[in-house]
Design a binder for this molecule. Structure first.
Ligand SMILES: Cc1cc2nc3c(=O)[nH]c(=O)nc-3n(C[C@H](O)[C@H](O)[C@H](O)COP(=O)(O)OP(=O)(O)OC[C@H]3O[C@@H](n4cnc5c(N)ncnc54)[C@H](O)[C@@H]3O)c2cc1C
Length: 305
């Protein structure tokens, strides 16, 4: 089936979401081409055996209608039937525009998909990840928004072999851009994630999480409760309305384990939970549970690692 992946360029590289979708497309042996969208000059994103077009937007342009029109044009010209994008702000915007152009509904929160009798069938996550449903797409085009970490990323060797098209966009004037500073390991890609919850008691106690994270080269996440309390920026929230992570080790410190939090971390390979309440739901998915006070357990870990 002729397939288009809408990819993203972040820090001159293909985003992890793009690599995950490429991994799935490769395992299904789909006839894939890639359109990447970004604002950086000459990113390292060319791939062997995958036709690629880089749509370069001005860094101050956040209106995606012109980019979407360009993608719709390519889809129609090349008779592409399956369009895949990661559930990011950009792809959600783009796929909404494209679905109007193609008169077809996007299917969101896809955690798996397959080809059955020439049609795409999907498995979708609903109720904050508590339930799954299966859908079969009967329309001419299948537009899927894939949940992050649904698939394993493909291993790639990059080259500079791709076409660049600059897309002018003057529909919207942007006056100011705030870019959140990112230091240390990033949540989405880190092999170890340490997350804090209300059981860290006070914002100041997050310092001990930082110490532990430095020792383990880990990224730091948090629950919505502490993000809402202003202890941590939203960009570090893990869960249904935050980020989805899938590290080798996830350490939940003072987190109750509400379903909305679990949906963002339940696929972690090994979960360690520290909570003073032995009935806390987080222990149901923990591989190693420590029933204790975070404020005494974490300093001991810091002393001994
Ligand atoms: C639509 C919707 C979307 C949501 N999206 C998200 C989301 O994306 N991410 C998310 O995380 N939440 C989300 N939530 C909120 C979620 O329901 C929970 O309220 C939240 O996850 C709870 O955070 P918490 O575990 O830090 O706090 P609490 O539920 O208050 O749990 C604190 C835990 O710490 C333990 N504790 C307390 N003191 C100590 C101590 N000294 N030592 C050890 N343990 C201690 C307690 O036993 C308790 O289990 C969402 C909710 C809704 C309705």
């Amino acid at each position: 089936m002729k397939t288009l992946i809408i990819g993203e360029v972040i820090n001159k590289n293909l985003s992890s979401g793009t690599l995950e979708i490429l991994g799935k497309a490769k395992s299904m042996e789909l006839d894939v081409q890639l359109i990447t969208v970004g604002s950086e000059d000459s990113p390292a994103i060319g791939l062997n055996e995958v036709k690629q077009t880089y749509l370069k937007r001005a860094s101050s342009s956040f209106n995606f209608s012109k980019i979407a029109s360009k993608i719709s044009e390519i889809i129609k010209n090349e008779d592409i039937k399956l369009i895949l994008g990661s559930s990011t702000y950009m792809c959600r915007d783009l796929i909404s525009f494209i679905s109007v152009d193609l008169n077809s509904s996007p299917v969101s929160n896809v955690v798996d998909f397959n080809l059955e009798d020439g049609k795409i069938s999907t498995i979708n996550s609903i109720n904050g990840g508590e339930s799954l449903y299966k859908a079969k797409i009967n329309s001419d085009h299948s537009l899927l928004l894939i949940r992050p970490k649904a698939f394993d990323p493909v291993e790639i060797e990059v080259n500079s072999d791709y076409e660049t098209i600059e897309v002018e966009n003057t529909d919207l004037d942007v006056f100011d851009i705030y870019i959140e500073e990112k230091t240390g390991p990033q949540l989405e890609d880190s092999k170890v994630v340490i997350s804090a919850g209300r059981g860290m008691v006070e914002k100041e106690n997050l310092e001990m999480i930082e110490t532990l994270a430095n020792k383990l080269n880990a990224a730091i996440g948090g629950t919505r409760a502490i993000v809402d309390a202003g202890w941590m920026p939203y960009s570090q929230q893990v869960g249904q309305t935050g980020k989805t992570v899938k590290p080798d080790i996830y350490i939940a410190c003072g987190i109750s384990g509400a379903t909305q939090h679990q949906v963002g971390m339940k696929d972690s390979k090994f979960v360690i939970a520290i909570n003073k309440d032995e009935e806390a739901p987080i222990f149901q998915l923990a591989d190693l549970g420590i029933v204790g006070d975070t404020l005494s357990v974490i300093p001991k870990l810091n002393e001994n690692i």
